[in-house]
Design a binder for this molecule. Structure first.
Ligand code: HEC
Ligand code: HEC
Ligand code: HEC
Ligand code: HEC
Length: 495
């Protein structure tokens, strides 16, 4: 829905229908050719055609503050022990920083050449319009084959125009094949997608849950290769329980927990899926309605491309549809958020303690048979917690579903802990108390993270290979260094 008006928000179906009608006439289309063939990955190349959209997109450079979530919520390092997220995890920043954050994250490590480092190429997938460009150039399977460092001098422009727009028609278009496949698997017919649908589906290219599916394939020269293909687990539905069933059936795990040995799932950011369960989605309010309000300059209207929290602009966004004083409205939203915080903290504490108690049980000699059921509980409990909060803004997008998942997560974690009391008692540790994890330092120590070494290696990488990548990217014509003017270089370990 492009736009609604206060007077229409009386809650009746009649009003909603009326709103839909107003919308179509207001939908701006542009149809300008940016490039004759292929994908225009340089965001600045779009600027002369669409200066208003470009300038507002560029403002995402202002959202540069680092919010170190491991410092804010130290339980996280315990919950993710043995997995990259225990090393480094920040709240999201502006789209302009997507490539920089991927490079700076301790999760991507410190490669020394194109075939080293912990991560696969798939890690670039939601960061840049160079991704669809590479897929077109080398083929989808080749794109998904090899290490992250393979594309250091190719994937250099941050999320921009060609991620969401077609370079020939400039219309909104899906640039990511994995979303198209997932939509089809979940029963959506691609040729029935409307312009209105695209106002949310453009975002669903990245703000969704996915996993890396190991896929064997043979290249043109006959060489056997293994790709890690971004895949959305939507075949059984988009809900947390549907996806859990999907993962359980194929016995998929993202990693084995370092302390509890549980076969874990990591939710990425099922933002679109969770949003779909909320009242706004049900009322046909799209992502763009709230995150891309219509603005005007010099008599021209345009969609604001400075994607940020709509709470920064309640007046221009929410009060289009809601009839309340801005201050009252802000208070309502803040109070809602506090309720989630409380439930979330309880669930996280119980899950972290379950991991540590399970670790103790193993240490004392517990058997696989005694632990199997407990580890499944931990897997399922943590999955629900992660699914419900991993997508930022989830609680606002779908309050009831988020609270339901947190409550069930907590219940499953408590069930695991009750079972653990029995096992611990059997091995003489009836009074065992999980160690303190109340700071990032303490929690990372429990998770076996050697932060100082990781940071030193990363700095070395940034001083050497990263410099080479940038030089090569400029030489190859992939990167225009001017496009990075004004960009800061912040991370959780250096400001
Ligand atoms: C994250 C996805 C996304 C990115 C990135 C993006 N756009 Fe858009 N763009 C949209 C959406 C959604 C609309 C609203 C379309 C509609 O309602 O018809 C839109 C609308 C437009 C329009 C139509 C007129 C208007 O303002 O509504 C133009 C032109 C445009 N974008 C240009 C650009 C340019 C130039 C860039 C790069 C600087 C860019 N877009 C980056 C999603 C995106
Ligand atoms: C190509 C992938 C991609 C697409 C498409 C995309 N996003 Fe994002 N988005 C990201 C990533 C990655 C981040 C985190 C960037 C970072 O922290 O460096 C992000 C961050 C954000 C943020 C946080 C910004 C801030 O300053 O805190 C918002 C809000 C957001 N996206 C909304 C949207 C909406 C709405 C759409 C659709 C119109 C959309 N995104 C489309 C990948 C994408
Ligand atoms: C009804 C308005 C509304 C709709 C529709 C909506 N959002 Fe949001 N979104 C918000 C608000 C409000 C927040 C901030 C909530 C908070 O601070 O917890 C937010 C937060 C976010 C954030 C985190 C921003 C940050 O800085 O942490 C992302 C990412 C995001 N939304 C993406 C999306 C995507 C993708 C969609 C569509 C699938 C969507 N939103 C639909 C209102 C909306
Ligand atoms: C395009 C119109 C539109 C926009 C923009 C919009 N809303 Fe809504 N909102 C609705 C509709 C429709 C409902 C459902 C009302 C009903 O059924 O009674 C709703 C319901 C709500 C509710 C009650 C349900 C719940 O989720 O708790 C809150 C709170 C709310 N909106 C807050 C916001 C905030 C904050 C923003 C801005 C970030 C916003 N809305 C933007 C149309 C909109």
């Amino acid at each position: 829905m492009k736009k609604m008006y206060k007077t229409l928000l009386v809650g009746s179906t009649l009003a909603i229908t009326a709103m839909t009608l107003t919308v179509t006439t207001m939908t701006a289309t542009a149809e300008t050719m940016i490039k004759k063939e292929g994908i225009e990955n340089h965001n600045e190349a779009w600027a002369p055609h669409f200066p208003l959209q470009y300038d507002s997109w560029k403002q995402t450079i202002q959202s540069e503050q680092i919010d170190d979530m491991l410092a804010k919520k130290p339980q996280l390092a315990v919950l993710w022990a043995g997995y990259g997220f225990a090393k480094d995890y920040n709240a999201p920043r502006g789209h302009f920083y997507a490539v920089q954050d991927n490079i700076n994250s301790l999760r991507t490590g410190a490669p020394v050449g194109p075939i080293s480092g912990p991560m696969p190429t798939a890690c670039w997938s939601c960061k840049s319009p160079d991704v669809p460009r590479m897929m077109a150039e080398v083929g989808e399977m080749e794109y998904f084959t090899g290490k992250w460092a393979k594309y250091g001098d190719e994937i250099v422009n941050p999320i921009g125009c060609a991620d969401c727009h077609d370079s020939q028609t400039s219309e909104l278009a899906l640039s990511r094949p994995y979303l198209k496949k997932a939509l089809e698997v979940s029963g959506v017919k691609l040729d029935e997608i409307t312009k209105d649908d695209m106002r949310s589906l453009a975002c669903a290219q990245c703000h969704v849950e996915y996993y890396f599916k190991k896929t064997e394939w043979t290249d043109k020269g006959g060489e056997q290769k293994t790709a890690a293909v971004v895949t959305l687990p939507w075949a059984k539905g988009l809900g947390a329980e549907d996806m859990e069933k999907y993962y359980d059936e194929i016995e998929f795990k993202d990693w084995t927990h370092q302390i509890s040995k549980a076969p874990m799932l990591k939710a990425q950011h099922p933002g679109y899926e969770l949003y779909k369960t909320g009242i706004h989605a049900r009322s046909d309010v799209s992502c763009a309605d709230c995150h891309m309000p219509t603005k005007s300059k010099d008599g021209k209207t345009y969609s604001d491309h400075n994607l940020q929290s709509p709470l920064n602009d309640i007046e221009n966004i929410c009060l289009n549809c809601h009839d309340q004083a801005e201050e009252d409205f802000r208070n309502i939203v803040e109070q809602k958020l506090e309720r989630k915080e409380q439930l979330m903290e309880i669930a996280m504490d119980n899950l972290a303690k379950a991991h540590l108690e399970a670790g103790k049980a193993w240490e004392l000699g517990a058997t696989e048979a005694e632990m199997a059921d407990i580890l499944t509980d931990i897997r399922h409990g943590q999955w629900r917690w992660d699914y419900s909060i991993a997508s930022h803004g989830s609680f606002f997008h779908a309050p009831e579903e988020t609270l339901r998942l947190l409550a069930v997560s907590n219940e499953i974690a408590q069930r695991a802990r009750l079972k653990l009391v029995k096992v611990l008692a059997k091995y003489g540790a009836v009074d065992y108390m999980a160690p303190d994890f109340s700071s990032k330092e303490k929690a990372q120590k429990l998770a076996g993270v050697d932060l100082a070494t990781l940071v030193a290696e990363k700095q070395q990488f940034k001083a050497t290979l990263l410099q080479e990548w940038n030089t090569q990217a400029v030489k190859k014509g992939n990167l225009n260094l001017d496009s990075r003017k004004g960009m800061s270089d912040k991370s959780s370990y250096s400001n």
